[in-house]
Design a protein around this ligand. Structure first.
Ligand code: ADP
Length: 702
């Protein structure tokens, strides 16, 4: 008995079933009460017949519902039989609003409200209204059948009080069951939300730790590589070191992709905005891609509008990721031909603009029917194309890229022709931090360039670049054309490839001409003594402007050439400044120390917070670099203790936190904890220099 009760009305039973069961109990009670009151009032035998039919059909449909689980259909059938047969029948036979007529009305109404759902509920209610009106109209015209609304004596209890009590009980039970159901469900939902939160938290902590564990050694490799690259090392070694640093960057980019995906689940990404140097960013990206293309037949061309503002405001890590993802794909899916990166600006206003980029490749292309799925998570459409072109990848890159672009308020589009190539175009709205142009040459009117290269596409892109830089230029294909261009006397420079220089040129004429010969060489070409200078391909306004800027200061260049092997190419130099680096990873500590020493700092190092404090008690510093995750006293505690020291410098000294944690919100947390800024590991030399120029007092910079 107890178990049946539990089965019908227990907290585990679905609400639809509970309400159906409650409805049926009360309907049954109502039939029984009607039957008894009919006997008491000596009603017509047809009345008992109708009630009997109602009860039999009801029993049948209850059985049907419990067998099939189709409670909606069964309750609709029961309510309909009640509405169109039992209710009008008894009303007409009895002919009055008595013998449970009001009760019938209320109980059907409750059945509709509690048991029926959706469209069936509306149909039931309409049917109910129609049969009620028809019954009343019918008895109105059959005057002999009209009865009284109220009775007297015992009938009052039977007609009004009893139905009222039964209906109220029904309403109470139904409401109680619904409330209990929603309470249990919301408790269950809350519990699963809590456990999901716990899982999410431990996942976040795990990812944060993994990211730290991977980034820390990577920091050491990349920074050591950057130090080697900044020295005059031989071409081959330089290329190998480039390979190492670029592979590190690619790994970090994959790590970033996975971190973003696991954090956001592919949803809109939260941006961490700060000021950044667009030239550094683009240089870095171009360098990485050209090194990746070193052993391939694919050529990279770059066009950058030289008037794009130099410093922008945005999430540089994410923006780098967008460029890298799209360009990496172009490299992966292109086996011959070329890749063109075009970066321009649009919708320029005083404080904001849209950075627009197109990446065009002559790769495998994408079938039209595959384009709609391209930006979905884990979508990889190349697998079905050409087996030989199968490339490594997770299918996450484009979906994350699109999310980042959308989070910046921009958009990405792709057009592609199968087996011919693709164009990925994207817009990144950015705020302008410094509107001075990224790469213009001051004395551009005095300059003129003759371009000599067999590569027509290259000549086209280079001509566009020089024209945009307002430098006059012409292209030549053979020595005759070159000689006549030189004779014009309006060109100051000849940009020429080694093949053209060695093959088709009249060297003696060239040597005698008053023109500077600039060799355009590939990143992996051996350095040759040919020409007066070199620019590494791909040429863009960035390296062209740098070349001309360097040339204007010939004396400096000459000194640099005659310097011994370990000449530093740093642009930041300090004098009389002391830095303290606190880091528990010895390799990273040494790398940071070297980077700072080369800038001219007097560097003190500490491998934990306690040693750092002892140092800070006996000497003052101009800048502090403190690792966030250290064993013992962590970065935040170390900073707090330094600030507590009884010395003026300690209260004001700029303090940069070193952290491998790229987790969203981490930066804000560290800034809130009192750090002035944040340097992500692996430490980028240029970013470190930027921190120094930004935070070190001006008088210490030279
Ligand atoms: P994956 O890690 O597979 O490269 P992406 O999300 O970056 O993941 O790209 C999804 C799919 O889009 C790729 O598997 C590839 O089929 C296709 N694709 C992306 N870029 C290109 C391209 N430049 N040329 C041809 N196919 C591309």
């Amino acid at each position: 008995m107890q178990s049946s009760f539990k089965k019908w009305f227990g907290a585990e039973t679905p609400l639809e079933e509970i309400n159906f069961n409650i409805g049926m109990v009360f309907l049954f009670v109502s039939y029984a009460a009607s039957f008894l009151s009919g006997i008491y009032m000596h009603l017509d035998y047809r009345f008992y017949f109708l009630i009997g039919i109602g009860m039999i059909l009801m029993t049948f449909f209850i059985g049907y519902a419990s067998q099939s689980g189709k409670y909606q259909i069964a309750s609709f059938a029961i309510v309909t039989i009640f509405e169109v047969v039992v209710f009008p029948g008894t009303y007409i036979i009895d002919g009055r609003f008595m013998s449970f007529m009001i009760f019938y009305y209320i109980i059907v109404f409750l059945l509709i409200v509690y048991v029926q759902e959706g469209r069936l509920r509306i149909i039931s209610y309409l049917l109910f209204c129609i049969t009620l009106i028809l019954s009343v109209v019918y008895t109105y015209y059959q005057l002999s059948l009209r009865g009284m609304i109220l009775s007297s004596g015992v009938n009052i209890y039977l007609d009004i009080l009893l139905p009222l009590i039964i209906c109220s009980l029904f309403a109470i039970c139904g409401t109680y069951a619904s409330i209990r159901y929603y309470k249990t469900e919301s408790a269950k939902a809350e519990e699963s939300r809590k456990s999901a939160d716990d899982v999410e938290k431990s996942k976040d902590i795990f990812l944060m730790n993994m990211s730290h564990e991977i980034r820390t050694p990577m920091n050491a490799i990349m920074s050591a590589g950057e130090i080697m690259l900044s020295k005059n090392i031989s071409g081959d070694t330089q290329n190998n070191v480039h390979h190492i640093t670029n592979a590190c960057r690619a790994l970090i980019s994959t790590l970033d992709d996975l971190m973003i995906f696991s954090k956001s689940g592919g949803e809109i990404i939260e941006m961490q905005e700060s000021e950044y140097d667009l030239m550094n960013l683009l240089d870095d990206i171009i360098n990485m891609i050209s090194v990746r293309l070193m052993d391939s037949e694919v050529r990279l061309y770059v066009y950058i509008d030289p008037y794009i503002p130099k410093r922008l405001y945005g999430d540089v890590v994410r923006i780098r990721q967008v460029f890298i993802n799209i360009l990496n794909n172009a490299v992966k899916y292109t086996k011959q031909g070329h890749i063109i990166l075009r970066v321009v600006m649009s919708d320029v206003m005083t404080d904001r603009m849209v950075l627009h980029a197109d990446v065009t490749d002559t790769g495998i292309g994408i079938k039209e029917e595959m384009l709609p799925t391209l930006f979905k998570d884990f979508s990889r459409v190349a697998d079905n194309i050409n087996e030989s072109l199968k490339a490594e990848g997770s299918g996450l890159g484009l979906s994350i890229t699109k999310n980042i672009i959308n989070a910046c308020g921009g958009d990405i589009k792709v057009t592609s022709e199968y087996n011919k190539g693709s164009v990925f175009s994207f817009d990144l709205p950015q705020r302008i931090a410094d509107s001075s142009p990224i790469a213009v040459v001051e004395n551009c009117n005095d300059l003129g360039v003759i371009i000599c290269d067999d590569d027509t596409d290259m000549k086209e892109v280079l001509t566009d670049t020089l024209r945009a830089m307002r430098i006059k230029c012409t292209t030549v294909t053979n020595s005759e054309e070159m000689n006549s261009a030189i004779r014009e006397g309006i060109y100051s420079h000849l940009f020429i490839t080694a093949e053209c220089l060695e093959g088709s040129c009249d060297l003696p004429i060239l040597m005698g001409a008053n023109i500077t010969i600039v060799l355009m060489r590939n990143v992996d070409d051996p350095e040759e003594a040919l020409g007066d200078g070199t620019i590494v391909k791909p040429l863009s306004c960035l390296n062209i402007a740098r070349y001309f800027d360097n040339q204007t200061d010939k004396a400096k260049a000459l000194t640099a050439e005659s310097e011994p092997e370990e000449v530093s190419q740093d642009s930041v130099h300090v004098s009389g400044a002391r830095a303290l680096v606190v880091e528990d990873n010895i390799t990273n500590l040494l790398v940071s120390e070297k980077l700072l020493t080369r800038m001219g700092f007097e560097v003190s190092t500490a491998s934990n917070g306690t040693t750092a404090l002892s140092l800070a008690k006996v000497m003052s510093f101009d800048i502090l670099f403190i690792d966030f995750m250290m064993t013992g006293m962590n970065g935040i505690d170390t900073l707090r203790e330094v600030r507590k020291l009884n010395a003026d410098w300690a209260k004001r000294v700029p303090c940069i936190v070193l952290t491998a944690d790229t987790h969203e919100g981490a930066k804000q947390m560290l800034i809130n904890a009192g750090f002035d800024d944040y340097l992500a590991k692996p430490i980028d030399m240029e970013e470190m220099e930027y921190m120094v120029t930004r935070y070190l007092p001006g008088e210490k910079l030279i």
